[in-house]
Structure formats: structure tokens, C-alpha cells
Ligand binder design. Structure first.
Ligand code: APR
Ligand code: ZN
Length: 373
């Protein structure tokens, strides 16, 4: 049974940004979203900061499945303000990063050392609504929903961090940074001295560039069509930054036409996946980090798959073991090796979330973080 305090909080309305229909171009910011009752094994978090990720936009346009109505947002950090029955790992007052794909630690995938593939909580996003409005379910994106003042998640969906980590920094670790750096560390395992290609220089791509630099890559080529992104990519560790049209000649010059040891696609499109594969050397690794549409087909010839002997793989949530890797990202940040402050181009309030999507699509920002007072 929830504690007495939990019952008193039930029915409380919070401010939240809601997607009513797939295909809507904007979110509805409302004050009448209720937080669902806190049940056993869950915690209530007061969200302090949430990044705006391209995946939020992908939920709006139908690329990423989300039940509606739903509160979007999945890259958040906050303070635990209430714990459900049976919760022993977290306490009120703990600072946490929200994990949108919680890892139970007990299933076959977790036991096999692939906790990022844990399915234990996956269907909850479609069945277990963390919010209500007029008695009707309001879901949370990917089982999260950080575009809200308060959020209820299973205890495995909140990872404790040190109290002195600023919430805006911490929030980025919850998705973009983990995904981009994790793609390099965990999926590709980039080796020192290697040649790396990163296509797409948003928050996730810039994280991949930083991960490649930390891994000791000798050559890091960033690709984007937005000029400002190319500048930023160099600031974060790219040795070269080019437009898609310049890639072929750059690859020719830097790798003697052989291709890159590792190529990361961080856009989520069939043509850029193809570009990443084509620019990977024989025997090299192509990693699909971006989330593309279910009907956006990529084709490969039977011969080239054989002849190239390339590894083509995806990476889900940076192939992360979150209990190991969230703290690891923050250790690298503390050590000055991972620049998270520099990734925050803009801070804004929840009311401006739609404006944030406009800026993201225009390529004006690396990451935008919404802060709550
Ligand atoms: N070629 C090169 N770069 C491109 C192309 C293209 N055809 N199309 C878009 N880009 C660039 C954009 O200019 C932008 O800089 O890709 C970048 C994407 O950045 P964001 O919109 O900030 O996206 P981000 O949050 O980094 O996510 C990237 O990873 O997690 C997934 O769902 C997410 O698929 C998305 C991807
Ligand atoms: Zn994300």
C-alpha cells in the first residue's frame, strides 16, 4: 500500500506538454494533467531539467511509436519526492537521472550482459499510464514523460547521481549523451588510432564525436549540411567537418579510398545509413544510431555484403548498462573529458517547448534544456 503521503498527493495536477494526436506539429501545454497514484515499486520524481531530443519530434511524426494522448520528453533529471511501497534502493531527496528503458537486472537479457535489450518494462509505456486527465489515461513517452513537473517511474527507471551534479547536465545523460557516447564505447568499441565517421551532428552525433575523441580515434570526420554544426563538431573533437557532398573526396584523401574503420549514422534515414556503409572500410563497422521510419527501406546487394565483410549493426540506447554507464558519463564530465555544458545551446521553459522543436529543425542548436523552477 502507498504511504499516507502518497494518497494525499494523488489527484494533484501538474503542468505538462501533451501530444494529442500522431502527426500534430505542436504539443499542448496544460495545467490539468494529474499524476497517477503512486503504486508499489515506483517513485515520484520532481523533474528539474529535461533535454529536447530529436526522438520527441519522431514521436510526434509517427517515426517512434507512442500511444496518445501522451506527455512527451524522455531525457530528464530530477529529485525523488515520494517512494512507493517496497522501494529500498532510492529515498526521498535523492537526485536521479530518468532512464527511458529501465533495466530490471533479472531477465535473460540482463543476465546475458545485454541489459539495454531488457524488455521487462517496454510494454508498460503502452499499458501503464503515469498521468490522467478527466479520469482518462495519459501515457508517457517511452514510459517516461519528462515534459511534466512530476513523473512516476518504476524504481529501475531512476538512477541515483551525486547531489552536486547540476540537473541540466544530468538530464543529457538520460538519452543523447548515453546514446552517442555509448554507440562508440559499447557498440563499436572504437580503438585508439582509428578513423571514425559521424554523420549527423545534433546532440547525439556531437556525443558520438566526443566519445570517439575520448577513445583515442586519430581521425574523426563529421558530416552535416548545416554550416554551424560543422563548426561545433570541430569544437567537440572532429578533426575534419564536411558537408555530405564533400564526404567522398574527404574519405578518399584521409583513408586512401579505403573507408573509415567505424561509421556512425546519427540521423535516422536510409540514405545516410547507405552513406555510412559505403564509407566504411572492408572489415570495418557501420553503426546505426539514428531512429528511422519503419517503412524506410535500405538495400544492400548480396555481393557487397559478402565482399565487404563489414559489420552492420544498430545500437539501442547506446548499448548501455545504465547502472555502470550513467555514472561513467558523469565521471568523464567531472574529469573534463566530456563537455556537457558546451552542448547546451539554449535553456528554456516548458511553455517554449514548441519553439524548441522549430529551433531543432532549423539546425540552430546542439541541445536545448527545459528547466523547471
Ligand atoms: N546528412 C547529414 N546530416 C543530416 C542529414 C543528412 N541527410 N539530415 C539531417 N542531418 C543532421 C541535422 O542537420 C542535425 O544536425 O542531423 C542532425 C540531427 O540532429 P538533431 O535533430 O539534434 O537530432 P539528435 O537529437 O541528435 O538525434 C539524432 O538519433 O536518437 C536518435 O531519434 C534520434 O534519429 C535521431 C538521431
Ligand atoms: Zn532521446
Amino acid at each position: 500500500m502507498p504511504e499516507a503521503g502518497a494518497v494525499a498527493e494523488t489527484g494533484r495536477s501538474v503542468r505538462a506538454a501533451v501530444l494529442h494526436e500522431i502527426g500534430s506539429s505542436s504539443l499542448d501545454i496544460r495545467d490539468d494533467i494529474e499524476v497517477a497514484p503512486l503504486t508499489a515499486g515506483k517513485v515520484r520524481i520532481k523533474i528539474k531539467a529535461t533535454g529536447v531530443c530529436h526522438s520527441d519530434l519522431s514521436a510526434m511524426n509517427g517515426t517512434i511509436p507512442v500511444p496518445v494522448p501522451a506527455v512527451l520528453g524522455h531525457e530528464g533529471a530530477g529529485e525523488v519526492v515520494e517512494i512507493g511501497a517496497g522501494v529500498t534502493e532510492l529515498a526521498v531527496g535523492d537526485h536521479v537521472v530518468v532512464c527511458w528503458s529501465p533495466q530490471c537486472g533479472r531477465c535473460t537479457d540482463c543476465a546475458n550482459g545485454k541489459p539495454h535489450l531488457c524488455m521487462t518494462y517496454m510494454m508498460n509505456a503502452f499499458t501503464d499510464a503515469p498521468f490522467l486527465r478527466d479520469g482518462q489515461s495519459v501515457f508517457g513517452m517511452a514510459g517516461a514523460g519528462t515534459f511534466a513537473e512530476d513523473l512516476i517511474v518504476p524504481v529501475d527507471g531512476a538512477i541515483k547521481i551525486d547531489d552536486d551534479v547540476p540537473y541540466d547536465i544530468a538530464s543529457l545523460v538520460g538519452c543523447g549523451v548515453m546514446t552517442g557516447v555509448g554507440a562508440v564505447f559499447n557498440a563499436a568499441r572504437v580503438e585508439p588510432g582509428s578513423a571514425v565517421l559521424v554523420i549527423g551532428c545534433g546532440g547525439v552525433g556531437i556525443s558520438a564525436i566526443q566519445g570517439a575523441k575520448i577513445s583515442g580515434a586519430a581521425t574523426i570526420v563529421a558530416v552535416d549540411m548545416v554550416e554551424q554544426k560543422l563548426e561545433w563538431a570541430k569544437q567537440f573533437g572532429a578533426t575534419h567537418a564536411v558537408t555530405p557532398g564533400q564526404l567522398q573526396s574527404t574519405m578518399g584523401l584521409l583513408t586512401a579510398g579505403a573507408g573509415f574503420d567505424y561509421a556512425f549514422e546519427v540521423v535516422g534515414r536510409s540514405d545516410t545509413i547507405r552513406m555510412a556503409y559505403d564509407n566504411t572500410r572492408r572489415g570495418g563497422t557501420t553503426v546505426v544510431v539514428g531512429v528511422g521510419k519503419a517503412d524506410d527501406m535500405v538495400s544492400f546487394s548480396a555481393f557487397e555484403l559478402f565482399y565487404g565483410e563489414k559489420t552492420l549493426r544498430g545500437t539501442y540506447y547506446g548499448t548501455a548498462n545504465i547502472r555502470r554507464d550513467f555514472p561513467r558519463m558523469l565521471k568523464l564530465w567531472r574529469a573534463g573529458q566530456l563537455d556537457l555544458e558546451g552542448m547546451i545551446t539554449r535553456r528554456l521553459k516548458l511553455d517554449d517547448v514548441n519553439d524548441a522543436f522549430t529551433a531543432m529543425q532549423a539546425g540552430d542548436v546542439i541541445r536545448q534544456v527545459i528547466t523547471f523552477d
